[in-house]
Write a protein that binds this ligand. Structure first.
Ligand code: ASP
Length: 480
């Protein structure tokens, strides 16, 4: 692992006296100033060796022969912040470390300014963080993020998102933000709610996804929408699921199922190949839900062989032809994926008549990668009567449907184009790209396993004044 693996040095040169450490190897024989952190130091009495680190990489520095510099060098400790000047010297051939950034040079340090001191860190940041106590890592997350592993993961994430966004922007997608304070939606999970000071007793909900807004944007004529959107769901936490995740959220007008799948597939292949990964099978196999259940006993699966795993191959597949509805515990019908989906054409009549419900298939498509559900979407019902029929199957009276999705029915009266879209989970994609097994390794500030925020203390009780202002009274757990 090296920082430079994902780091491309600034193409735009800034006029700064500071040189990035990752560039030093091309500056042999020159005098430079570097800024960064002390990674490790080794005091050998007449000489001090230290590795210095910045965002672009590490370099070995050495101090000798200059008593006043040596004196400062002896005070340096791990994570001190320093500015140093020095000569970039080529290493003798025998001492060259092949394949290591700056393995062919050494910095002969001629001056040191300590910009800031550092207390002893809660654990050694030069060691791999995975074996460390996660609570400690999360409490001191800004330190944990200094480690090579986390620098890599967060930079891989940034690069993945940038490449996907660029791909879409080059194809006429418009990036549009949708509200964070919104209405409780019928999308499946529990909502996180936010009280309204001006409307005591009333609540906003944080979005589980921008689903309805992105469909309204199709109604608005944008035709191609993208948002790197936060989705917030009050679900049970798992290794690959947190309360908050980010999705590359897409919606397109005048498309059929294969149009959305094709463009997303091209985006994924272009992006991950540019990032140095191999895709097992192109085009991605398309597997029906029934086949998937029969073969793998699940609707997500891992098609990699042991060799593929060794070679970090990415095995993508699409799953299609899901049932639209499933039975709830109460024996009523609910949607399997998305209430706004269009059934497959041959089942529209059944839906409209409310017949053959258990066999109706939806236009939903899920993207599976290495055992994870990496994304999902569908072609949507763009006619109000189809949405009404779906809500009727789910046991709603016309009034209840109106209450729940009246705003969609109203908007869709005025010439809504056929449309469809998808959302790709950023964390799960980055987990596959980095080989991480927990979502917390690819988010900068994830929650703990128990849903406490890293670093800051949430959730926490509010001051009584705040509660009064919001019109909220709280029962203590033991009053319930
Ligand atoms: N709203 C869906 C989700 O968040 C994705 C989609 O259908 O576009 O899973």
């Amino acid at each position: 692992m090296s920082f430079l693996h994902v780091y491309s040095l600034n193409k735009i040169k800034m006029k700064m006296k500071r040189t990035l450490i990752g560039e030093l190897s091309s500056l042999k024989g020159e005098k430079v100033e570097i800024n960064g952190w002390i990674h490790v130091t080794r005091d050998q009495s007449k000489m001090v060796f230290c590795d210095i680190r910045d965002r672009s990489g590490k370099v070995q520095g050495v101090v000798f022969g200059k008593p006043e510099v040596l004196e400062i060098a002896k005070t340096l400790k791990a994570e001190y912040v320093v500015a140093m000047t020095g000569m970039v010297n080529a290493r003798p051939e025998k001492a060259v470390k092949e394949g290591v950034v700056n393995g062919d040079i050494e910095l002969e340090i001629t001056s040191i300014t300590v910009l800031n001191e550092a207390a002893t860190t809660p654990y050694d940041l030069t060691e791999d963080s995975l074996g460390k106590d996660e609570e400690v890592r999360l409490k001191h997350r800004s330190l944990d993020l200094r480690t090579e592993r986390m620098q890599r993961n967060i930079r891989v994430r940034s690069e993945f998102v940038k490449r996907c966004r660029d791909f879409l922007m080059e194809r006429d997608f418009c990036e549009i933000e949708t509200p964070l304070l919104t209405e409780s939606t019928p999308e499946g999970s529990r909502d996180f709610v936010v009280p309204s000071r001006h409307n005591p007793g009333k609540f906003y909900a944080l979005p589980q996804s921008p689903q309805q807004y992105k469909q309204l944007l199709m109604n608005a004529g944008f035709e191609r929408y993208v948002q790197i959107a936060r989705a917030i769901r009050d679900e049970d936490l798992r290794a690959d699921r947190g309360y908050e995740h980010t999705q590359i959220d897409v919606e397109m007008s005048f498309v059929e199922q294969s149009d959305v799948m094709d463009i997303i597939e091209e985006m994924i292949v272009t992006t991950v190949e540019a990032m140095g990964h191999t895709v097992k099978q192109k085009p991605f196999p398309r597997v029906t839900y029934a086949e998937s259940m029969e073969k793998y006993g699940a609707d997500k699966f891992d098609m990699r062989t042991d060799d593929d795993k060794e070679n970090k191959v990415l095995a993508y597949a699409w799953v299609i032809d899901f049932p639209f509805f499933e039975k709830t515990d109460k024996g009523t019908w609910t949607f399997t994926h998305n209430p706004f989906s269009m059934p497959k054409a041959e089942f529209i009549e059944d839906l409209m008549k409310g017949e053959n419900i258990e066999n109706i298939l939806t236009t939903q498509y899920d993207l599976v990668c290495n055992g994870y559900e990496a994304g999902g979407g569908s072609i949507r019902a763009h006619k109000p009567e189809i949405i009404e029929a779906v809500y009727k199957v789910m046991g709603n009276t016309p009034e209840e449907t109106q209450e729940k999705v009246g705003h969609m029915l109203e908007a869709f009266k005025y010439g809504t184009p056929p449309h469809g879209g998808i959302a790709l989970g950023v964390e799960r994609s980055v987990m596959n790209l980095t080989g991480e097994e927990s979502l917390r390794e690819v988010q900068a500030f994830p929650m703990t396993r128990k849903g406490q925020t890293a670093v800051m203390n949430a959730p926490k009780a509010l001051e009584i004044e705040q509660l009064i202002e919001l019109g909220i009274s709280v029962k203590k757990a033991d009053d319930k």
